[in-house]
Design a binder for this molecule. Structure first.
Ligand code: ITT
Length: 199
């Protein structure tokens, strides 16, 4: 038995490997499984997009358990933007330095208490035979005033955790995984998966 993780995002994959390290099965990236397709993420929610990615890759590799992660940043003062468009915001090829600067600029003049935001992660696990398991995790924070930290990826440098006094890019990876949307969603799906891994 093996798990294939349907992601092309290396930042995600690094975290996923750490979080799933205690499972007694190998966890392969698409590249390691020899799979390569671009799936159109045309769902209307994180959960729909996670389903779309997991089921598309599971069809290519019918004997494997295929997991997918759809995630993003919801900023309340921007009515939930960039949300499910987090990867596509300002174009897939735009650097996160530019995306992060743009979001900070759009919050110019917005006071601390209105800078609330959250990371959301939906995980879908497509099993051989067609069953799908799902989980979701979130972490609440605030959009900062400048980029801080060099760990993590994507929007981490502007995602500030008031109770820790730092951004998620300033946390060591173990701590981020304990607190994060992805950590919570993957811990939950791990428990759901156990019976299927023992089969
Ligand atoms: P795959 O679909 O191949 O997994 P992707 O990068 O396109 O990769 P998503 O469509 O789920 O993935 O987009 C999620 C985006 O949200 C991601 O590119 C980051 O910009 C952001 N994001 C999600 N989780 C994050 C985290 O833990 N830290 C920082 N940014 C995060």
């Amino acid at each position: 038995k093996r798990i294939v993780f349907a992601t092309g995002n290396e930042g995600k994959m690094k975290e996923i490997r750490m979080i799933l390290a205690d499972l007694q099965v190998s966890v392969l990236s698409m590249k390691e499984a020899g799979l390569q397709i671009d799936v159109e993420e045309n769902g209307k929610s994180f959960a729909e997009n996670a389903d779309i990615k997991a089921t598309a890759i599971q069809k290519l590799s019918p004997g494997d358990i295929v997991l997918a992660d759809d995630s993003g940043l919801e900023i309340d003062a921007l009515n939930g933007e960039p949300g499910i468009y987090s990867a596509r915001y300002m174009g897939e090829d735009t650097s996160y330095r530019i995306k992060n600067a743009n979001l900070i600029e759009r919050l110019n003049g917005v006071p601390d208490e209105k800078r609330t935001a959250r990371f959301v992660c939906a995980i879908s696990a497509a099993l051989p035979g067609g069953k799908i398991l799902r989980s979701r995790g979130t972490i609440e924070g605030r959009i900062g005033y400048e980029e801080r930290g060099a760990n993590g990826f994507g929007y981490d440098p502007i995602f500030y955790l008031p109770e820790y006094g730092c951004s998620t890019a300033e946390l060591d990876p173990e701590t981020k995984n304990k607190l994060s949307h992805r950590g919570k969603a993957l811990e939950a799906i791990k428990e759901e998966l156990r019976p299927f891994l023992e089969e």
